[in-house]
Design a protein around this ligand. Structure first.
Ligand code: ATP
Ligand code: MG
Length: 145
């Protein structure tokens, strides 16, 4: 663990992700490592429509939501004294998470996110990150310590 350079914490702004973020920040504090918090703006269902055909730019709304989520996490990191950098990417969430991580990073991710179907063992983003990440992945289960 002492060889880890950065802790990458992806978030979709959900309660499940909040728990993983808190864990990631605590771990970063203990290991004295910097954190990168990443929010991926995903719009698969809307790519079929040209942007001008939509009354509101959905990705714009999601970007605003992302900024609010990340600002809150930055404030939290500052309070506990963790060096944090936040990033908003657009694209496929798992691909962007895996592209951001380097082999000497550690990804801290929750089992579930916005959809939160707990009867499933893992959400699709979490599963794909575990399969394809270039570095170790720490998976946080809701309600388990
Ligand atoms: N758009 C995203 N940007 C950054 N991190 C994300 C994003 N979506 C999911 N994640 C990360 O993956 C974790 C698991 O979410 P995931 O999307 O796999 O589960 P789900 O939303 O419950 O199910 P699914 O999306 O497969 O229906 C989230 O808590 C978050 O840490
Ligand atoms: Mg999801």
């Amino acid at each position: 663990m002492e060889n880890v350079k950065r802790i990458i914490v992806p978030t979709d702004g959900s309660g499940h992700a909040d728990i993983a973020v808190e864990r990631g920040l605590s771990l970063a504090k203990a290991l004295k490592k910097p954190v990168v918090v990443l929010y991926v703006v995903d719009r698969p269902g809307f790519q079929a429509f040209p942007p001008e055909s939509l009354l509101v730019d959905v990705s714009d709304l999601v970007r605003k939501e992302a900024s609010a989520v990340l600002a809150k996490i930055e404030a939290r990191a500052k309070t506990i004294g963790v060096d944090v950098k936040s990033e908003v990417h657009e694209g496929h969430p798992a691909e962007e998470i895996c592209r951001t991580a380097q082999p000497d990073d550690l990804i801290v991710i929750a089992t579930h996110g916005r959809r939160g179907l707990s009867r499933m063992l893992l959400g699709s983003v979490a599963e794909s990150v575990i399969r394809h990440a270039p570095c170790p992945v720490l998976v946080i289960r809701h309600g388990k310590t």
